[in-house]
Design a binder for this molecule. Structure first.
Ligand SMILES: Cc1cc2nc3c(=O)[nH]c(=O)nc-3n(C[C@H](O)[C@H](O)[C@H](O)COP(=O)(O)O)c2cc1C
Length: 167
């Protein structure tokens, strides 16, 4: 088991990374990130997801151009698109794939690999670009790469007092 204090620190220290070194991520590390995704819990264990590994520079550039706050994507050596399969789990594909994104981000962070959730995607355009089917839900694209420069300072979080309601 992981030491809980260390684990909490690990969670607190993860940052969204938008600046990447021009260095390839080895396959065994990519594999670990994908494995973390594969072992994510899902409703009724339906695993309604597919993971698209994107290395093609032109495609990364196109994705960048289709994300308002995604200029950094084109600088990443790799991105993983997380796709929800609506037909497999119509009620939970968003929850399940959202959990995947977090397990992948944490796994990547443990390897010294930075990621950043992309919410500002033009999903329609990027779906087309990746050749996804009508029923596929493009949750996000996670650019990944070794961190370039300093790790950003943490953005503020609300205090527990502000968000806890005792019932
Ligand atoms: C649903 C979601 C959508 C996000 N979309 C973007 C985005 O489009 N572009 C971006 O640069 N960061 C995006 N982020 C990253 C957040 O800005 C970031 O997680 C937040 O500011 C907290 O910073 P931290 O992750 O370093 O703790 C997104 C995060 C989430 C959870």
């Amino acid at each position: 088991m992981i030491n809980p204090e260390d684990f909490l620190e690990f969670i607190k220290n993860r940052r969204s990374i938008r600046s990447f070194q021009d260095k390839l991520i080895p396959d065994d590390e990519i594999q670990m990130i994908l494995e973390a995704g594969r072992w994510t819990p899902s409703a009724s264990n339906k695993q309604p997801w597919e993971f698209y590994i994107i290395r093609d520079k032109e495609i990364l550039k196109e994705i960048s151009n289709n994300a308002i706050y995604g200029r950094h994507i084109k600088k990443a050596p790799l991105a993983i698109a997380i796709v929800g399969k609506k037909k497999i789990s119509p009620n939970y594909y968003i929850q399940d794939t959202s959990l995947v994104s977090m397990t992948m981000m944490l796994m990547a962070w443990s390897l010294g690999i930075g990621t950043c959730w992309t919410g500002t995607l033009n999903r329609k355009n990027v779906k087309e670009l990746l050749g996804l089917a009508e029923n596929d839900y493009l949750l996000t694209v996670l650019p990944m790469g070794y961190i370039k420069g300093n790790i950003p300072k943490p953005s503020l979080r609300a205090t527990l007092d502000q968000i806890i309601k005792e019932i």
